[in-house]
Design a protein around this ligand. Structure first.
Ligand code: ZN
Length: 270
């Protein structure tokens, strides 16, 4: 077996956690990430028959039966992941229709997966049904998006339109827009189901007064989605209280669509 600390999928997650912490998106134990792993790749580093612990999940996800996930741990700090990946991260396989997580590696202090595990797994289920190449679900607390949910109406179309107008690239990066979940208590199956429902039509779901969920095919895509939306929110907050002399018009956004071959969400540019 190769040393798992040299596995590209693990090194990439460690780098991403560090980068997110450095962006200020993951204070204290804020934020969590889960990555669907390729079984063949994992078998170079782990004996998949050796289960360290069996942990009840409290939900079912039959579509994810037998799938392997690399997940951040509950109560763990992103800033510490790079110093001890085996303590702060774990590799799990879902069994019993998703009701049990079999720990294959990590959480060396007896810890377990993030408290947002239901939202992550339900979101994976949904995104895989939309895009079979989807692999990553990421949650964090970016300052400007979070602030925007206090001062901007939460209507998804209006929220998206504002973000699209703040930077030319936005509509190219997330043409499907962002969905917005009104405030709910976090860590529950209910917010997990609500998030997964919102993931049917967009890879970005804003949690009002909390943060954001992103989903994508790899860590770069998912990070980039959040990064782009967060930058747009930052521009919005810089100018929201100033008199606007001009902005990107609906016609401009249509021109970007045409030039870059992207299609904005049906009806959201009317
Ligand atoms: Zn959070």
């Amino acid at each position: 077996m190769k040393d798992i600390l040299t596995a590209p999928f693990l090194m990439e997650l460690v780098r991403t956690c560090t980068n997110m912490y450095d962006h200020g998106w993951d204070e204290r134990n804020g934020g969590n990430i889960s990555v669907l792993l390729d079984e063949g790749e994992v078998s170079e580093y782990l004996d998949r028959g050796s289960v360290l612990r069996r942990i009840p999940t409290g939900f079912s996800a039959p579509e994810l039966e037998g799938k392997l996930f690399l997940v951040t741990g509950t109560g763990k700090y992103f800033k510490n992941v790079r110093y001890d990946p085996g303590l702060n991260l774990g590799i799990l396989r879902l069994a019993d229709g998703g009701q049990t997580a079999e720990l294959l590696w990590g959480f060396t202090d007896g810890g377990k997966f993030t408290s947002e595990f239901p939202a992550h797994m339900m979101s994976h289920e949904t995104r895989l049904s939309v895009d079979p190449a989807s692999r990553v679900v990421m949650h964090c607390h970016p300052n400007n998006l979070l602030a925007m949910t206090y001062v901007h109406e939460l209507d998804e179309k209006a929220f998206t339109r504002t973000l699209w107008q703040m930077e030319t690239e936005c509509i190219i990066v997330f043409p499907e827009g962002v969905n917005v979940l009104p405030w709910m208590v976090c860590g529950t199956n209910e917010i997990g189901q609500a998030t997964a429902e919102k993931m049917k039509t967009a890879r970005l779901v804003v949690w009002a007064q909390h943060g954001i969920y992103g989903a994508g095919r790899d860590l770069d895509e998912t990070f980039g989605l959040i990064e782009t939306a967060e930058k747009a929110a930052e521009v919005y907050l810089k100018i929201a209280h100033l008199p606007w002399k001009q902005t990107l018009t609906v016609e401009n956004l249509h021109e970007i669509e045409k030039r870059f071959g992207v299609k904005a969400r049906e009806g959201w540019l009317d």
